[in-house]
Structure formats: C-alpha cells, structure tokens
Design a protein around this ligand. Structure first.
Ligand code: HEM
Ligand code: SF4
Ligand code: SF4
Length: 703
C-alpha cells in the first residue's frame, strides 16, 4: 500500500508544484479540491433550482420544457442548465481527485478514518444524483439510462416484478418511475449535503470555501464553457426504437458500457466490493501513532488555546478536577489525537525561558517533551560555526530539511512545525544560539497536520496566541513551505536567507521589517505569464469537462441491429388442483369459512422457449414469486438481433408437465434497424402477443 501511495505521490507532487508556480499557494486548485467540491455543489444547487422552476415533471412534457428553456432563454435558462450539467461533471472530477489525493498523501488513517468513511457514500450519492438527472431529460440518453438502470437494478433480485418492464415500449411506459426519479434527484442532494457536513465534523476550522479568486475563476470557466458548448437534449425518447448512437456523459455513466460485458450482478459485486475495500483502506494498515498528547494539570491554566488550535478536535475543555483556582482544564481524547504537537505550540506554558523548576508545559507529547526540545536546540546550536548560523525547524513531511545540516546549519525535526512554541524562536535568537531561524514545513495551505503552517505564521505575525514577542526581529526568522518534491526550493530558500542575514549583519535594516516572517524569492513567474498560465489551466479543465460530457459517442446498437425483448408476468397453475365444493359441502361448513373453491398456495414455475428463425434464442424456467411460491413468474430477457425479416416461435408451459406446451405462437417480423420489438404473453388473450403491449400480470388457466 505504501508503494502505491508513493507512486501516486510521485505523480501528484510535480503537478502540484507546477500549479503552485502558476496559481500561487493560496489558489492552487489541487490543494483546494475539498473546498472546490463544496463550491461546485453550490453552483449545481443554485442552477438546479433555477432549471427546476421551468421543468415540467410530466413524462411527455419534460423534454419539451427543457428544450424551450435552452432555446428561448439561452441567455439565462440555457446557461443555468449548462452550468448545472458541467458543474456536476466537474464535481465528479474534483471529488475523485480529492479522494485519490487524500489516499496518496496518506491522510486517511488514524483519526482521519472519519472523513474517509463518510466520503465513500458521498461518491454513491453523487452518482445517483447524476444518473437520475440524466433520466429527467427524457431524451435518447435518458431512455438508455432508464432502460439500462432498471435492467441493472433487476439483477439484484429484490423486486417482485422486473422494474425494467416500466420501459418496455411506448405503450407500456409508466410515468410513476419517472416521477420517482424526480423525487430522488431532489432528495439525494439533500442527503449529500448532510453527509458533506458530517464529513468535516471531526476537523476543526475546516475550510469549505475556496479562495474567492479561485471560485470566480472556476465559475467563469464553467460559464464560458456553457456559452461555447451549451448543454442540450438529444432527440426525444422513443421506446419503440432503440437508440443506436448516444452522446454519452463519461463522468457519470462510465460503468454502463460494462453492463453488457460483465453482467449486472458482477458489476454490483465490483462496485459494492470496491467500496468496502475503499472504506477499509483507512485501516490498511492501521496507523501507528506516537503516544497522544498528555495534559499536565499542574501546568495547565485552562486558557483553552490548545483547544482552539487542535486541528483534529481532540481536545475538550472540562471543569477543573484538581481544585486549582482555574475554571477549566484541557482534556485530550486519545483516540482522536494525531500526535501532531500543534497544541504544544499553542500552550503559553511551553517556554524555554523558564528556569525555576523542571520545564514541563501544560500539554506535552510524551515522546517529544518541551524540555528535551530545549536541550536539543542548545546542543545542536552549540556546534554551529560561521557568521550566519541558522537553526532550521523542519517537519516530518517537509521537502527533506535533514539534508540541510552542515557546520553552520542545525536541523531540528518536529512532527509539525506548528508544535514550535513562539518563545523558542525568541530563545534561539535572543540567547545568541543562532543568527537566524528557518522554519521548513509542508506546502503552503496544504499542511499534513492541516493547520501548522497557518498557525505558525499567525503566531509570528502576532495574529494568534501565543504571540512572538515584539522584540524579536522578524527578518531573522524565515519560513519556507514546500512539498516533499521541492528540496531544491528549500535549499535555495536557505541560501537566500543566509545571504540576507549576512547583508543584514553588514547593514542592519533602517526601518522595522514588519511582523511577517521573512521569505525567499523563489523564481516567481512574471505576472502576465502567471495569468496566461491560469487561463490555460482553466481552459484545459473546461475543455476536458465539455468534451467528455458528450464524447466519444457511445454505440448502443450496431446500425443494422434491432432489439427483441421477451417480457411478461404470468402466474403458473396451482400446484394442487383447485377443489370446487358442492352446495351440500358448503352447507356443512361454517359461514365464515365458506369458500366455493380452494386452490392451495404454491404454483408451478413457468417454462418459456423462444426460437429465432428455427434456432433456440432463449430457454428459461421462472420460479413463482412470493414467500409461499404463490406469486406470478416474471420474465425479462433482451436480445440484439440482426435487422431484417425473422420468424419468431414462442412456447410456454405453466402446469408442471414434463413435455408439451400449453401455449405457443409464431410470427414473421420485419425488424427495422434500431427497432424495439416486444414479445409479451397474456393468457386471457390466448397466449403470446407479438410486438404489442398488453400490460399487467396475467393469470394462468388451461386453454
Ligand atoms: C462532495 C464530495 C466531497 C466534498 C465536498 C469534500 C470536502 C472536503 C473538505 C472541505 C474537507 C476538509 C478540508 C480541510 O479543511 O481540512 C475534506 C477532507 C477530507 N475528505 Fe473530503 N469531500 C468530499 C468527498 C470525499 C471523498 C469521496 C473522500 C474519500 C472517500 C474524501 C476524503 C476526505 C478525507 C480523508 C479528508 C481529510 C483530509 C485531511 O484530514 O487532511 N472526501 N473533504
Ligand atoms: S497533538 Fe495534535 S491532534 Fe493531538 S491534541 Fe495536540 S493538536 Fe490535537
Ligand atoms: S494551552 Fe496549555 S495551559 Fe492552555 S488549556 Fe491547553 S494545556 Fe492548558
């Protein structure tokens, strides 16, 4: 599993670096996939509400109403409709990439099992929304989706009669399923929103809105796509003919072409099994965490800063239990703690200046005490030589700060740089342990521990408690945020920082350098080149979404083929012959039990055979439905046949006899290419019905 994650990281990281060069860290779309997901969801919702205001849910009016909206109100209704479709498609891309990236970055184990586990149903909901959405258009694609989906659902075997019969042909078409789809298409997004909310409940300060510029850029790209390539319906559905070639949405319907290859049941097994396996990935293998943070009540004053900063919601504030004069104390929920140490960095008692007594902070990582950290800093700095001695505080997920160590650079690694209490910066610089401090963390706005980079910068800039004291010169503190593939950038940041420190020693800055930490200039792109790059990136994504929303065209049926469907519902003969009571017998029976005929419960299965041009096409025996085998047997089978003239022979047996058929019928049919021909059965009408819909279940009775 680790090798797979490493391989995926090797793919993601260069793309992320390239996008960061173009968009900058705050707008980098690849680190904003979760927030983009929320944003796209809102676009889909708003545009969906608008389209729904003009949508006619009637089966015969649905196509017309959407077509009118697209053509007569193209400047708003048409754009809204296109936005609805394209934002939904983009949502698939964003959600799948988001899931893949969290997996690749290994942000799915430990306490993160929760967003992972709640993410898996979100994928299902998303597909249900998309598939039912296509259904509502009631065009040729909708027809394909309706027929294939109901056939696929029938393979589960939980419906008493095949629901695909609702779409057998135009005469039999039933609007009830269509209305159900409209309800599902509205209800499931609400469920999805609920799960999206649950999804981020274990993350404190979860971001749900992308940076405004990224949101605007995304919206603009989708609007441009909607204008260039408006989303339109295909020809109206016609159940009497099969769609031959369909403009196909490959984002939502990806698995449909597999239905014919692997069969419905296998596909269910793959998808359900795949989802279970995917869910299990959060524990494969279980994360071996360092021991969780521990509160030392003697040093905890109940200030709640650790509670405010813990990215994983692992700290709760409870009433004081030790009798000290403070109102609250911090408590760590061990299972939820990811041992990132950010709470230690937030604790005001974690100060290396403390000389009285043992140095213990109110909250500590047992494996990495603040006292040990102070000793490590002092020991590492003591060996530094040169005029610009630098202490680097790196994190476990940075670009590889350990490689920076040399005679004038000491490297101290922390689980997350957010663990570094600001007084340590003061300590290193004001006590002369080094001339500068470089903080090296994960990519900006993409901290492995979620918020380490943001909180570190805010603490240095006095925007977040605990603040770095004003006396500490910020231009002797540098930050460098890089993903693991950017050791070169980290080295360059160190080189520039050293040069800056040397310049500074020679000519100290005339004016105060401000509160923000110092940053190296790392080959930033010329702004026009950056904007061009952003334009190209948006255009590429819009083209990708626009293309695969309808292309390549899917060939459902060859140009010289037709569909032949054998489908009916028929109850076989009772297992025990019915007993007809005489009037004398009835007279002897009590009134409440008096019945003229008693037929017992079970029924014989129905055996059916279909030949095409004298050759067997179908042979099947269908058991009766119902708990007591007393319901009707259902038959639904679909065949692709060459267009042209064919003879069809059909036979049916429903009385348990070993040979012979109670019913038979023949017809010579001219199949036009793409025709949809139904062989039905209705005992009351004398048996097989060719090409005409008859409707409802029929009851067996010997002719
Ligand atoms: C509509 C679909 C989804 C939306 C809108 C969404 C959105 C988000 C957001 C906003 C976050 C929090 C980011 C943060 O502030 O740290 C997040 C985290 C996460 N999501 Fe999703 N997500 C979706 C689907 C999924 C799916 C399908 C999966 C995988 C099965 C998934 C896995 C995760 C994981 C593991 C995290 C935690 C990341 C971390 O701890 O740093 N999400 N998601
Ligand atoms: S170590 Fe990290 S996850 Fe654990 S309590 Fe502290 S801040 Fe929260
Ligand atoms: S930050 Fe430190 S002192 Fe404040 S509540 Fe947390 S453990 Fe206690």
């Amino acid at each position: 599993m680790n090798a797979l994650k490493r391989a995926l990281r090797a793919l993601f990281l260069p793309v992320e670096s390239a996008l960061e060069a173009v968009f900058g860290p705050r707008l980098n779309p690849i680190t904003q996939l979760g927030t983009l997901g929320w944003f796209l969801f809102w676009i889909v919702t708003v545009s969906g509400i608008y389209v729904y205001m003009f949508f006619d849910t009637g089966l015969t009016q649905a196509w017309e109403s959407l077509e009118t909206l697209s053509r007569e109100q193209w400047w708003l209704g048409g754009i809204m409709r296109s936005l609805h479709r394209y934002a939904s498609d983009a949502l698939v891309v964003v959600v799948l990439l988001h899931a893949l990236r969290e997996f690749a970055m290994d942000r799915i184990r430990g306490n993160r099992w929760f967003p992972w586990l709640t993410g898996v149903p979100l994928i299902w909901f998303l597909y249900v929304c998309g598939i039912t959405g296509y259904w509502l258009v009631w065009d040729r694609l909708a027809q394909y989706v309706a027929v294939e989906t109901t056939q696929w659902l029938d393979t589960i075997g939980i419906f008493s009669e095949p629901i695909a019969r609702n779409f057998l042909d135009s005469e039999r078409l039933s609007g009830r399923f269509f209305t159900l789809m409209a309800y599902i298409h509205i209800a499931v997004p609400l469920l999805m929103l609920l799960f999206m909310w649950i999804h981020i409940q274990r993350h404190a300060h979860a971001r749900v809105n992308p940076h405004r510029a990224l949101g605007l850029g995304t919206l603009a790209a989708l609007v441009a796509l909607s204008l260039v390539r408006p989303a339109l319906s295909q020809a109206p559905a016609d159940l009497d003919t099969a769609p031959l070639r369909i403009g196909f949405d490959w984002f939502y319907l990806t698995v449909y072409p597999l239905l014919d290859r692997v069969g419905g049941r296998t596909l269910w097994a793959i998808l359900v099994g795949g989802s279970v396996f995917m869910t299990a990935l959060a524990w494969l293998p279980p994360l071996r965490k360092a021991p969780p943070a521990r509160v030392d009540l003697a040093n905890c004053n109940g200030c709640a800063r650790c509670f405010a900063d813990c990215p994983f919601g692992a700290i709760t504030m409870i009433g004081r239990t030790d009798g000290l004069k403070y109102e609250q104390e911090a408590q760590v929920v061990a299972d939820m703690c990811m041992s990132c140490g950010i709470c230690v960095g937030a604790c005001p008692t974690a100060t290396p200046f403390r000389s009285a007594g043992e140095l213990t902070a109110g909250i500590e990582l047992p494996d990495r005490s603040v006292a040990a950290l102070r000793e490590e800093v002092v020991a590492a700095a003591a060996n530094l030589t040169g005029d610009s001695r630098i202490v680097v505080f790196g994190c476990a997920h940075d670009a590889g700060s350990a490689a920076l160590a040399d005679t004038s650079t000491a490297v101290i690694s922390l689980p997350c740089v957010g663990m570094l209490p600001p007084p340590f910066l003061d300590f290193v610089l004001s006590r002369g342990h080094a001339d500068g401090v470089l903080i090296s963390g994960c990519a900006e706005h993409d901290c492995f521990e979620r918020l380490g980079d943001e909180f570190t910068e805010q603490r240095i800039a006095n925007e977040r408690d605990p603040n770095l004291r004003d006396r500490v010169s910020r231009d002797r503190i540098a930050v460098s945020w890089n993903n693991p593939a950017r050791l070169g950038s980290l080295r360059e940041a160190l080189r520039q920082f050293r040069a800056h420190l040397e310049r500074r020693e020679n000519a100290p800055p005339a004016k105060s350098p401000g509160r923000a930490a110092w940053r190296a200039k790392l080959g930033e792109w010329w702004p026009p080149a950056r904007y061009t790059g952003q334009f190209v990136a948006y255009a590429a994504v819009a083209t990708f979404v626009g293309y695969f929303a309808t292309q390549p065209v899917f060939t459902y049926l060859g140009p010289d083929q037709a569909l032949l469907k054998l489908s009916f519902i028929h109850a076989g003969q009772p297992l025990i012959a019915c007993r007809h009571y005489t009037s004398e017998e009835l007279a002897k029976t009590s009134v409440n039990r008096r019945r003229a005929t008693d037929c017992g419960r079970g029924r014989w299965p129905v055996t059916v055979e279909l030949d095409l041009d004298g050759r067997p096409l179908y042979r099947g025996t269908h058991e009766p439905a119902g708990l007591w085998d007393d319901g009707p047997s259902s038959v639904y089978a679909r065949f692709e046949v060459p267009a042209g003239r064919h003879r069809i022979d059909a036979r049916l047996r429903d009385d348990g006899s070993k040979r012979g058929f109670a019913y038979s019928g023949s017809e010579v049919v001219e199949f036009a290419p793409g025709a949809n021909f139904v062989v039905d059965f209705n005992a009351a009408d004398g048996g097989f019905v060719f090409g005409h819909a008859v409707g409802g279940p029929t009851q067996g009775s010997a002719p």
